[in-house]
Design a protein around this ligand. Structure first.
Ligand code: ADP
Length: 367
């Protein structure tokens, strides 16, 4: 007659396989740590993922038989069954705990005014009293430093809670960092792949962004591995897609929206910005010339995806001139400024609607 001891029971149970898994019930962690031995009586609990496990009865029988085989037929085996306690899912720690909303400003193709929109939107939100950050992630043409007059900005670091963090530059009430600060914009285009991804992650994770209401990211145009890096690094609250009314731009914007909508990326699209919607000559501010396409063309795209057109921004020479001079047009009392202020209000509303109706975006996990 074998003396009963827990290791003997475990050894015996290690011969019982869960059908189809190739693994034993011990390996699968199904034997609860509550084995009690009292003379020739042994009792313990077997844990099952589902209450309705089809092998429950047969596994209890096999376990009893295995113990009797190892320890003797006279052993009285009592097996309870219970549902396995699911370990509570650990709350994912946000990368930027002080940041409330992350907005990707993106476009299907280059040159449609994505950076212009990102810069003016950021300044308009800051002017409304929100705490705003802008990260220029456009590795193919980082233009934010120029638009903020920060081409020669010196970037410093300081220590926060024992960590050395980059201090974002600050201009017009907006905290600004650009991939252009780390690399010469002239050589930016060759910065692809892992190097660019790592540099961007550094600008996000190792920078002191502090408390922000809106953190805007000026994305590279199109769909790239940088987009993947960003959705894996951050839970992006929503995307604003900038396009012109040109058919080629609209076709690429469609691809961009589809990328965010993809079930693997799953970033809500807040709306579309119709940039260069019409041309208005400086001397004839009441005239509108629809050079690239019609409002209906942009509306059709918005309807196709059931998203709003957040704003229409006219093509006005002063917009570009102000950007080139490092002073976004939204700071001047102009018709263009009104359009960007309107965009800021619409974006705030769109974010509020999104947050009311959808759970926070989670980071994309790579398996
Ligand atoms: P992207 O980021 O999409 O490549 P940019 O914002 O750099 O585009 O804009 C491309 C060019 O068009 C720039 O010279 C910019 O000043 C100009 N631009 C953008 N939007 C307007 C506008 N609404 N009116 C006039 N010029 C604009």
């Amino acid at each position: 007659m074998e003396t009963l001891y827990p290791a003997l029971i475990i050894d015996a149970l290690s011969t019982v396989r869960y059908p189809g898994s190739g693994k034993t019930i011990v390996e699968l962690g199904m034997v609860e740590d509550d084995i009690r031995i009292n003379g020739r009586h042994v009792d313990f609990t077997l844990l099952f993922d589902k209450d309705t496990d089809p092998f429950k009865a047969s596994l209890v029988k096999s376990a009893q038989a295995a113990i009797k085989l190892a320890a003797g037929k006279d052993v009285d085996v009592e097996i309870r069954t219970a549902a396995r306690r699911v370990a509570p899912v650990k709350e994912e720690k946000p990368v930027l705990p002080g940041v409330k909303n992350i907005i990707a400003v993106s476009s299907g193709k280059g040159g449609v005014g994505k950076s212009t929109v990102a810069a003016n939107l950021a300044v308009a939100l800051a002017a409304d009293g929100y705490r705003v950050g802008l990260l220029d992630a456009d590795i193919y043409g980082p233009s934010v430093p120029k638009m903020f007059g920060l081409e020669n900005a010196e970037i410093y670091m300081h220590e926060v809670d024992g960590k050395n963090l980059i201090i974002p530059a600050e201009r017009y009430g907006v905290k600004v960092l650009s991939i252009g600060f780390l690399i010469d914009p002239a050589s930016a285009a060759v910065w692809r792949g892992a190097m660019a991804s790592n540099a961007l992650k550094q600008l996000i994770e190792q920078a002191d962004w502090g408390e922000l209401d809106y953190f805007l990211i000026d994305m590279p145009p199109g769909t790239s591995d940088i987009h993947l890096t960003l959705v894996q690094t951050l839970g992006i609250t929503g995307a604003v897609v900038v396009t012109t009314p040109q058919q080629v731009a609209l076709a690429d914007a469609r691809k961009g929206i589809s990328m965010f909508r993809d079930s693997k990326i799953n970033v809500p699209v807040l709306g579309i910005v119709d940039n260069m919607a019409w041309f208005t000559p400086e001397k004839h501010p009441d005239e509108k010339y629809f050079l690239f396409g019609s409002e209906e063309d942009v509306d059709a795209l918005a309807q196709e995806f059931d998203v709003p057109v957040l704003a229409r921004i006219p093509l006005v020479a002063a917009v570009g001139e102000h950007s080139d001079a490092g002073k976004p047009i939204v700071l001047e009392p102009t018709m263009s400024a009104q359009a960007f202020v309107h965009l800021a209000h619409e974006t705030v509303d769109a974010i509020d609607r999104r947050n009311d109706n959808l759970p926070p975006t989670t980071k994309v996990k790579v398996h």
